[in-house]
Design a protein around this ligand. Structure first.
Ligand code: ATP
Length: 234
């Protein structure tokens, strides 16, 4: 579905990606692991059109989309849920979800999508009229994911959904991501929490200094001594 080849991204003098190559097949959950500053967020930003690569190619469904605009990528089914949730705290849960559907012209279709999010995330349904800022951290993360789903992704890209959440809540968020995948959405999951990500992922890529240093099925990565030492806590 998605193929990155030799992608370079620079921020001025900083080379955030240096020849990043990876693939995501339809139906997979692919984890992108690595330490702070490895380039994980930049990889998602490049795919969603927020930053322009200085070299390399991004191919979606066999079509080159390198340098496409963010709305064009959303229209192509690629939805990015950024790090830090960024929900609107003074808007209600329902209003936050409606914003995820800004490209959806058909009101009835938008309502169907919001109803599907409520089915998947019943807590959001219970709290639909509450302001986003009154939700717990885990609920805000669910809302950020729900808002992404309203955009109708075929490929959902999640940046550190576990950030700042207690272990039990991390498990709940990962279970939701697995449910979303089981319902047919392909997922590219950026995580510093390698353990949580590898529990649900099919495959994983480890990034270091802007390039992939290891990639393998998730179970293999979870058992790899290099991964255990660097990312799982030996
Ligand atoms: P984190 O988990 O901290 O977000 P990351 O793996 O997602 O880490 P990136 O955020 O992609 O890494 O950062 C990759 C490199 O690019 C780092 O050296 C970072 O300092 C740098 N960088 C990221 N964004 C910018 C920016 N807007 N301007 C300049 N440098 C940046």
């Amino acid at each position: 579905m998605l193929e990155l080849t030799d992608l370079d991204v620079r921020y001025g003098a900083v080379r955030a990606l240096r020849g990043l190559s990876l693939t995501v097949a339809e139906g997979e959950i692919v984890a992108l692991l690595g330490n702070n500053g490895a380039g994980k967020s930049t990889a998602l930003a490049a795919i969603s059109g927020l930053v322009r690569p200085s070299a390399g190619r991004i191919v979606l469904d066999g079509r080159e989309v390198t340098g496409a605009s963010p709305p064009a990528m959303v229209a192509a089914g690629v939805v990015h849920v950024p790090e830090g949730r960024r929900i609107f705290s003074t808007l209600t849960v329902r209003e936050n979800l409606q914003l995820g559907g800004y490209l959806v012209r058909d009101g009835a279709e938008l309502e169907r999508r919001i109803a599907r999010v409520y089915d998947l995330l019943p807590r959001l349904a219970e709290r639909r009229d509450q302001q986003g800022g009154t939700l717990s951290g885990g609920e805000q993360q669910m809302l950020a994911i729900g808002r992404g789903l309203v955009a109708g992704p075929r490929l959902l890209m999640l940046d550190e959904p576990s950030m700042g959440l207690a272990p039990l809540i991390v498990t709940a968020v990962m279970d939701v991501i697995r449910d979303i995948n089981a319902a047919g959405t392909t997922v590219l999951l950026v995580e510093q929490n390698a353990k949580a990500a590898l529990r649900i992922a099919h495959r994983g890529h480890v990034l270091d200094q802007g390039a992939v240093t290891l990639h393998a099925p998730a179970a293999e990565l979870a058992a790899d001594p290099r991964v255990i030492e660097a990312y799982l806590g030996a």
